[in-house]
Design a binder for this molecule. Structure first.
Ligand code: ADP
Length: 397
């Protein structure tokens, strides 16, 4: 059983092909700069990498190239061999609390949510329609970044704004990175030897985008990203939490337009805004002797510590704290600083294990730590493939 996972962006398309019998990845790649002169196609197989520059005018052509590539490289004999295509869909709004088979109704709802994720949802729809254009009967499943967080209770999803905005206008916390946090839950529960339904963790996804999630007995009960992916932790170029009064000040007294403030908060803030750099490896290197980079690192870590403290307070029990994402999985320094001096919470790091850990999943808590500490490589595409399979198995019962 082979499942193709597609993550369509506005001018890119990432893909990964899985053999579901053993959950192995057969090949993956991306088509970049769709609609531009510089478009290119990359397919990575076990033994070799195929990379070529070629014109790719739109998502339909991208899918054409991808399907041809899968056949030419011998990964599939024909499209009939694909059991299904699983799509990453960024915003499922309040409609979707789990992955689902895509039909007209689902497509329409994903379309209705475009104002909440303009770039993402419209690109996701292009990907779905492009597959349909090639192979109308292909079973397609939508896996939403927001779905895992639909279990968040209203006191954590509602903002303290006039009630009608929550009830009628969908102004509320949706949360993102749900596929990654769901994958962390499964992996951590495996390491703890518990069922996911009985596992409570704090999950930190620290990449260019960053979010933290409080998971109680297998359910998300709070997360740092909000109605949009702008809220919460300090990110590569996004500000995370700020006082909304700053918008009015910048607009009324400093002449910034709404679009300029939007660009600033999303693309010119976070680590990049603070020190001019958003590559955490470089920041950590330069932080050794440059106070500018040290201040960016410290802001990043301080916000994480505040959220860990908050989630320790709202969770009934914490079995483990789990780190993932390019920074969370790879940086022993960020993990150490984030968890430093938290003995009062029953959190004690084993410095050697933290620094030595390299495998795809490892623990780094001290023997005396009440709360277990893990660093785990996330695999959002595998989680999408697993959920795609689950939806189809259920729908055929
Ligand atoms: P995205 O959110 O775009 O998927 P990633 O999860 O790949 O991003 O994370 C990218 C970030 O991870 C970058 O800031 C990069 O510098 C950082 N990173 C990767 N490896 C390391 C490392 N060994 N130490 C510190 N940061 C790292």
């Amino acid at each position: 059983m082979k499942i193709l996972v597609i993550n369509a962006g506005s001018s890119s398309l990432k893909f990964k092909l899985f053999k579901m019998q053993d959950e192995s990845c057969l090949g993956f790649g991306h088509i970049e700069a769709i609609g531009k002169e510089s478009s290119s196609v990359t397919l990575e197989l076990k033994e070799n990498i195929l990379h070529k520059h070629m014109p790719v005018s739109d998502h339909v052509e991208a899918l054409n190239i991808l399907f041809d590539l899968l056949v030419e490289s011998g990964l599939i004999v024909s499209l009939d061999e694909l059991y299904a295509v699983g799509h990453r869909v960024v915003h499922g709004g309040s409609y979707f609390s789990e992955a689902c088979l895509i039909d007209e109704n689902v497509l329409e709802r994903i379309g209705e949510l475009i104002p909440l994720a303009p770039l993402h949802n419209s690109a996701n729809i292009s990907g779905i329609l492009a597959v349909r254009e090639h192979y109308a009967q292909m079973k397609q499943v939508a896996v939403f970044d927001t779905a895992f967080h639909q279990s968040i209770p209203s006191y954590a999803s509602q903002y303290a704004l006039p009630r009608y905005l929550y009830e009628e206008e969908n102004v509320r916390r949706f949360g993102f990175h749900g596929t990654s946090h769901a994958y962390m839950l499964k992996q951590a529960s495996g390491l703890l030897g518990k069922s996911p339904q009985k596992t409570s963790i704090i999950s930190l996804h620290l990449g260019n985008g960053a979010s933290i999630c409080a998971i109680q007995n297998g359910k998300s009960i709070d997360t740092s990203m909000g109605m949009t992916p702008l809220e919460g932790l300090v990110m590569g170029s996004r500000s995370g939490d700020i006082d909304p009064g700053i918008f009015f000040y910048l607009h009324r007294h400093k002449g910034y337009s709404v679009d300029e403030i939007d660009d600033m908060l999303n693309q010119e803030s976070g680590l990049l805004g603070v020190c001019g750099e958003n590559d955490m490896r470089l920041i950590l290197q330069k932080a050794k002797d440059d106070p500018l980079y040290r201040s960016a690192r410290d802001l990043f870590v301080y916000r994480i510590r505040k959220y860990i403290g908050a989630y320790m307070a709202v969770l009934e029990r914490v079995d483990a704290i789990v780190f993932t994402g390019g920074i969370g999985k790879n940086s022993a320094e960020i993990r150490a600083l984030s968890l430093k001096d938290l003995q009062v919470f029953g959190i004690v790091t084993d410095t050697e294990k933290n620094e030595a850990g390299k495998s795809s999943a490892f623990s780094f808590h001290d023997k005396g730590s009440r709360i277990k500490l893990f660093a785990i490589q996330t695999d959002e595409e595998l989680e999408i493939a697993l959920q795609t399979k689950e939806v189809l198995v259920k729908s055929s019962l």
